[in-house]
Design a protein around this ligand. Structure first.
Ligand code: GCU
Length: 424
């Protein structure tokens, strides 16, 4: 009951802040548009082999998304280091091993640190693992009293008992319903999570987080083609993977990057920028994630760039209310991840994220996977609710609202085990 009230309050706050925009939720009002062909390059040439995709088409598409959508990482780190803060062989009632690792990134004599919370099945010596950011601190995903509370800035939230932008004991476990830890461990997987605010606080201030480490003297914001927060969070996912390469209890070839909503957008960009992941999961990622922008259904580029001006690179604003000028669309972001398998998931009551646009993206990315002899989504009709398609591009739509549920996790675990065979 308490949770229900919290959700209604959140929904009310969200709908209020978007009230200034004219949002379309009617299929009949979706504008006519052509889905840009992933297999025709900007010069009009047809791409027919995986080699041509890798050498000719992928680089130009990647360059576009990097410079015009998410923003480039402006250089290399000077160093990265890892420190074991805490571990236990007896977590989750003896089922799991827990580790908390501090990762420190250094650039221009400045540094930033974040903590990865890791649970691993005790039985296995080298586990496949799901990696995902959380919204309100590692301690919010579990009631485990040993999880360290982050000192980073946090968004105030009545539902999460957060005020004055500080995380406290009062939000421990409040987001555990989004993280099916037991199912994940029982399915033979580890789970690693990071509080996303430790990499870049989610506010329109480009003077904090990782951004600031890379600035030259006097610089106050990234250049027009440089990283917005989504790109910073994607970079953070890769740095967690750098740590996994050093941990013998984790199988680095079997890391599935997961993200919900804005963090699903970041997971997709991480999958495109770093091909070491074994799988990429986008849970309700919507606009700027899996959903086709040119449909202008639910949230649009203008809405997202106005409400969250720090998420994308500054060049992306050129497409505010100007989707027709975009030479790409989000199915090509999915295609950039090929041949790494991807899973796109939607929820029927999450019209803001445009479930149909998410599905169509998965469908239109499929020809690129086929070049690698991998099966994507064969039909352009959306499957029924709770009828998942598990292929190299996987898709499901479930009942309910914008959230991560046990149903979602059950599908991800099944796909990773039965289709990707990550536990063999
Ligand atoms: C807002 C935003 C979405 C985003 C979501 C979230 O609703 O408009 O683009 O995905 O927040 O991250 O929860």
């Amino acid at each position: 009951m308490k949770t229900l009230i919290h959700f209604s309050i959140l929904y009310f706050v969200c709908s209020m802040s978007f009230a200034q925009f004219d949002i379309n939720y009617e299929e009949s009002k979706v504008p006519e548009f052509t889905v840009p062909d992933p297999l025709t390059n900007f010069a009009g040439e047809k791409i027919t082999t995986s080699d041509d995709w890798i050498n000719k088409r992928r680089p130009e598409l990647f360059e576009f998304f990097e410079n015009k959508v998410y923003g480039k990482v402006p250089g290399d780190l000077d160093s990265i280091s890892f420190k074991l803060l805490e571990e236990s062989e007896n977590a989750l009632n003896g089922k799991a091993r827990r580790k908390q690792i501090e990762v420190t990134l250094v650039k221009n004599e400045k540094s930033i640190s974040f903590t990865i919370l890791i649970y691993l099945p005790k039985k296995s010596t080298s586990s496949p693992i799901f990696l995902g950011y959380n919204f309100f601190g590692n301690h919010s995903i579990t009631t485990d009293a040993n999880v360290i509370i982050s000192e980073a800035w946090a968004m105030n939230s009545e539902a999460m008992n957060i005020d004055e932008h500080r995380l406290t004991e009062a939000s421990r476990g409040l987001r555990s319903h989004r993280w099916a830890i037991e199912k994940i461990i029982d399915g033979g997987f580890g789970l690693a999570t990071i509080y996303y605010g430790e990499i870049d606080p989610d506010k329109n201030d480009l003077m904090d987080g990782l951004h600031e480490l890379f600035y030259e003297q006097g610089q106050e914001k990234p250049k027009n083609n440089e990283w917005g927060s989504l790109s910073v969070w994607a970079f953070g996912y890769s740095r967690a993977l750098d740590y996994f390469e050093k941990d013998k209890n984790i199988d680095t070839n079997k890391v599935v990057v997961f993200g919900h909503s804005r963090l699903g957008k970041a997971a997709l960009w991480a999958g495109a920028t770093d091909q070491r992941f074994a799988g990429v999961i986008s849970n309700d990622s919507g606009c700027g994630g899996a959903a086709l922008s040119k449909r202008r259904f639910g949230e649009t580029i203008n809405v997202i760039n106005t409400s969250f001006p720090h998420w994308f690179c500054l060049n992306f604003k050129r497409y505010n209310n100007n989707e027709e000028e975009l030479p790409v669309d989000q199915h090509q972001l999915l295609a950039l991840i090929a041949p790494t398998p991807i899973y796109v998931a939607s929820a029927i009551d999450d019209q803001w994220a445009d479930p149909k646009g998410e599905f169509l993206s998965a469908y239109h990315a499929s020809p690129v996977y086929e070049l690698f002899d991998m099966e994507g989504i064969a039909a352009n009709q959306m499957p029924e609710v709770h009828n998942p398609i598990h292929q190299s591009i996987a898709y499901h739509i479930r009942e309910g609202k914008h959230d991560v549920t046990d149903y979602d996790w059950e599908q991800y675990i099944k796909w990773a085990n039965e289709f990707l065979k990550l536990n063999q």
